[in-house]
Design a protein around this ligand. Sequence first.
Ligand SMILES: Cc1cc2nc3c(=O)[nH]c(=O)nc-3n(C[C@H](O)[C@H](O)[C@H](O)COP(=O)(O)OP(=O)(O)OC[C@H]3O[C@@H](n4cnc5c(N)ncnc54)[C@H](O)[C@@H]3O)c2cc1C
Length: 429
Amino acid sequence: MIQTTAVVVGAGHAGLAMSRRLTERSIDHVVLERGEVANSWRTQRWPSLTLLTPNWQTRLPGHDYAGDDPDGFMPVADVVATITLYASLVGAPVCTGTGAHTVRAAPAGFQIRANDDLLRARAVVLATGACNLPAIPAAACAVPASITTLSPLTYRDPGQLPDGGVLVVGASATGVQLAAEIHRSGRPVTLAVGEHVRLPRSYRGRDIFWWMQATGLLAERYDQVDDLTRARHLPSPQLTGTPQATMTDLNTLAAQGVRIVGRLGRIVDGVAQFSGSLANVCVLADLKMNRFLNRADEWATASGLDGELPPPHRFAPTRVDPRTPLELDLTSGEITTVLWATGFRPDHSWLDIPVLDRTGHIRHDGGVVTGAPGLYVLGMPVLRTRASTYIHGAGADSAALAGHLHSFLSSSTRASRSTRGLTKKDAPS
Ligand SMILES: Cc1cc2nc3c(=O)[nH]c(=O)nc-3n(C[C@H](O)[C@H](O)[C@H](O)COP(=O)(O)OP(=O)(O)OC[C@H]3O[C@@H](n4cnc5c(N)ncnc54)[C@H](O)[C@@H]3O)c2cc1C
C-alpha cells in the first residue's frame, strides 16, 4: 500500500496545473496517468486540429506563451509539446502508464487501485478530462450497416474515408472544422445543424477571444451564471484556428459547397430525417452573436477605445436555403460515411463513489465534489468561471481548488487530533 497525501488522476494540462499548485503548498502527491503526459492530445485528437484559442491565451500557472506568434493558433503537435514541457518545468511527479481503475472511500480518505498498486490518499483530484468519450445520439443505432461511422475520436483525416458523400452531424467547432476539411478533400459533405454558437473569428481588428476576455465574459463565475446546467452544456463556438483567421460559419461553408441541413432527428428505414427548425436555430444563433457584439461595442465605448479600434459593424445573417431537404436516404449510396460531431462526455465510470448524476456527470460545487469531502474535479466546462472551459482557465481553478484542499487537510488533521485527544481523556482508566 502506497501512502500519499493527495493523488491527482490525469496528466493533461489541468492535472499538471494542479500538481504545480500542490507543490507550491508542499502537499506531497502523485499524478497518475494511464498513457503519457498530454495523452488525450496525443491519442484522441485528429492530426490537423489546431486550437481555436489564440497562442497568447495558452498559458498555465507560471508558464506563459513565449513563442513568436502570439496571435496564431497551435497545432495539436505543439499542444503536446507545450504540455510535455510544462510537466518537466513544474517537476510533476507523474506515473505514466498508470491508470486509476477504481477510487473508493476509505477511512480518513480514499483508496485508489492503479494497475497492480493500491494507494491511500487523504484527497483525490480528478483531472481526467471532459472529452473522454464521444456523445453519440440514439439515432446512430439506425444507420445502415453499409455506412462507415466515425466520431472525432476515431477520425484521423479524409484519406481514411471511403469514396462518396459524408454526413457530418453537428455544427460546433469540431463539426465545422471537419466538414470544411473533408469538403476540401473533394468529397460531397452534408452538415446537419442543430443549436449552435456562431461567432466571428475576429471583430473590429481583434480576435474574438480578446473580446471575450476584455468584456469580462470569460471571468463570469459559475455561481453567477443564470442557467448553469445550460452553460456547462453549451456547444463550442463555430471557430477554427487557421493562420488566415477565417470564419467557419455556415455562410462560409455553404459558399464553399457544403450542403447545410437541419438537426438530425431520427433515422427510419435508412432515411435520415432532419428538423425543419434550421431557419429558427440560425436566427437564434445570429441574435446571440449580435448580443455579444453589442456588449463588446458598449465595453469599447465605456473603455474609451472607440478611437483606436475600427468602427462597429455587423455580419450578414445566416442564409438558409428554403429548399433545404428534410430527408436523406442513407441507403441510396450517396452517403458512405456518417461522422458524429455531436459532442463529448467525460468517463467517470471507474469511480466507485456515488457522486455521479443520472447523466454520468460529477455533482460538484465549483470543483468541490458534492458529498465526498476531499474529492475534487478539475477541467470541466464552466467549472468555476466560463474560462474553465479553456486551457488557461486551469490556472485560477487549480489555485482555488488547491486552497480548498489545503484547508480541508488542515481541518481534518485538527479534527482527528481533537478526536484522539478526546478519546484519550475520556478513555476509562
Ligand atoms: C476537439 C477538442 C478541441 C479543443 N480545443 C480547445 C482549444 O482550442 N482551446 C482550449 O483552451 N481548449 C480546447 N479544448 C478543451 C480542453 O482544453 C480539453 O478538453 C483539454 O484536453 C482538457 O484538459 P484536461 O487536462 O482537463 O483533460 P485531458 O487533456 O483530457 O487530460 C486528461 C488526462 O487524464 C488521463 N486519464 C483519463 N482517465 C484516467 C484514469 N482513469 N487514470 C489515469 N489517467 C486517466 C488521460 O489519459 C489524459 O491524459 C478542446 C477539446 C477538444 C475535445
